[in-house]
Design a binder for this molecule. Structure first.
Ligand code: E4P
Length: 215
């Protein structure tokens, strides 16, 4: 299972890379807007720091505009993946970008039918947003289970990125379901490490080690 980090913050990306568990990055316009940096400079630096895929979102509403943006963004680095929203125009754009061998991440996916369509037009990745579904009392992880089954039934090469993750259990459930990737906020990445018994254990060993006579 791959872990992407869901942030555009350079400090968080550097720290997560040092932890050695990050295989890629996802961004979106909201995450980019928090950084207060010129867009192209920021994403160029992210693509330089990270070896794996970096998702950058197209913001046009029409297929032609999305394709134009995608071609420009793809010039930033070999690892750029274009995030395209799950709309009719988005489907047209993904179909054409896939023919041009530009990697795509179909984003804002909230139903199994949307995922099936994204796979059919050749999306490299599909991002179901589990947290936003949970927020409206709908099972986000059930959607992931359905998407994984559909893709396996037909051997679609499209990979599932579990997105809009809110807590460590989302990551564990994604792993149990066999999702290819979880894109994880920095805070949740840190939470994955923690266990109170580990902290107590480290403290106890340190106290006992201090009692051992040493030369
Ligand atoms: C990732 O690709 C998404 O943009 C992100 O996970 C959305 O998360 P949010 O629902 O917390 O905004």
């Amino acid at each position: 299972m791959k872990f992407f980090i869901d942030t555009a913050n350079l400090g968080e990306i550097r720290e997560a890379l040092e932890m050695g568990v990050v295989d890629g990055v996802t961004t979106n316009p909201t995450l980019i807007s928090k950084e207060g940096m010129e867009f192209r400079a920021l994403v160029t630096e992210i693509c330089r720091l990270v070896d794996g895929p970096v998702s950058l979102e197209a913001t046009s509403l029409e297929a032609e505009g999305m394709i134009k943006e995608a071609r420009e963004l793809a010039k930033i680095g070999d690892n750029v993946v274009i995030k395209i929203p799950m709309t009719e125009e988005g489907l047209k754009a993904v179909k054409r970008l896939s023919a041009e061998e530009i990697s795509t991440n179909m984003t804002l996916v909230f139903s199994p039918s949307q995922a099936l369509l994204a796979a059919k037009v050749g999306a490299s990745y599909i991002s179901p947003f589990v947290g936003r579904l949970d927020d409206i009392s709908t099972g986000g992880m059930e959607l992931v289970e359905q998407i994984v089954t559909i893709l396996e039934n037909y051997d679609f090469p499209t990979q599932v990125i579990v997105a809009s993750i809110r807590h460590p259990l989302h990551v564990v459930e994604a792993a149990l379901m066999g999702a290819d990737i979880a894109t994880i906020p920095f805070k949740v990445l840190k939470q994955l490490v923690k266990h109170p018994l580990t902290d107590i254990g480290v403290q106890r060993f340190l106290e006992d080690w201090a009692k051992v006579p040493k030369k």
